[in-house]
Design a protein around this ligand. Structure first.
Ligand code: GLP
Length: 249
């Protein structure tokens, strides 16, 4: 595990964007796993800046997102497809046909999951996967469970996740937050050649410490990343404790 600890959110975002940009420059047709939430917004801004400066080309990049709310279509301003379009895809030269997000409008949950797994299988493994971390340790929307889920699944969101997302995204309207989501499984996340987990803000400090210095357990889904051979934890001083820095290889 590598740890990159920066003083501020902006610096951490820039470092995260640099890692993703380096991967794209090294392999222009690389496959990149993307995350949503408030954490990666600064990273996407920096990637858009690189593109506008002419130092980054997305024309051959393929992306796969981690998750989508069940019941929300891409036009809904709280859907993750909408988030990706407005924060990144609309501002760079990516071909949207090469950007994949689970289909939130597929009501048949089994079909939604098998369809997304078929897409992921056709992509093969990702070169780099960006992750945030939920307050309860979830990655994508893989909530704490009795076992690590390998494939795409339809998940019942935990109360804490619904509350967190209402506060951050749904203008506090908890009744409007969907209670279920489709999420890439942990098995596929673990197949990515490189995994970056980004965490910022004091609110993430305890869970990041638990995930990277505690036992590997499905009750803290992000803890599985301790077993990944090439994981980078990036964050600000508020979120990354000395204990996490000391746990780096
Ligand atoms: C949601 C997303 C996760 C994200 C998490 C944390 O639950 N599905 O992928 O990591 O939120 O969000 P934030 O970055 O806003 O703290």
């Amino acid at each position: 595990m590598r740890v990159i600890r920066k003083a501020t959110y902006e610096e951490a975002s820039k470092a995260c964007a640099e890692l993703i940009a380096s991967q794209i420059r090294l392999k222009p047709d690389c496959k990149v796993g993307l995350a949503t939430g408030s954490t990666p917004v600064g990273t996407y801004k920096a990637l858009v800046d690189f593109y506008k400066e002419g130092s980054l080309d997305f024309s051959r990049v393929v992306t796969a997102n981690l998750d989508e709310y069940r019941g929300l279509g891409g036009d809904h301003d709280q859907s993750y497809r909408y988030f990706m379009n407005t924060n990144l895809f609309d501002h760079v030269n990516i071909d949207k046909k090469n950007t994949f997000v689970p289909d939130g409008l597929e009501a048949d949950a089994v079909k939604a999951c098998t369809d997304y797994d078929a897409i992921l299988k056709s992509l093969g493994h990702l070169d780099i996967q960006l992750l945030g971390i939920g307050g309860d340790g979830h990655i994508g929307f893989n909530e704490p469970a009795d076992a690590f889920c390998v494939n795409t699944q339809c998940i019942d969101l935990e109360k804490q996740t619904i509350e967190d997302n209402a506060r951050l995204f749904f203008n506090g309207k908890i009744d409007e937050v969907p209670t279920q989501a489709y999420t890439m499984g942990i098995g596929y996340i673990m197949k990515s050649t490189t995994v970056i987990l980004m965490a910022t803000g004091a609110g993430k400090k305890d869970i990041v410490e638990k995930a990277f210095t505690g036992p590997v357990t499905p009750s803290v889904p992000a803890s599985i990343l301790q077993l990944h051979p090439n994981v980078v934890v990036i964050g600000d001083e508020a979120a990354i404790s000395e204990k996490v820095v000391a746990a780096a290889d």
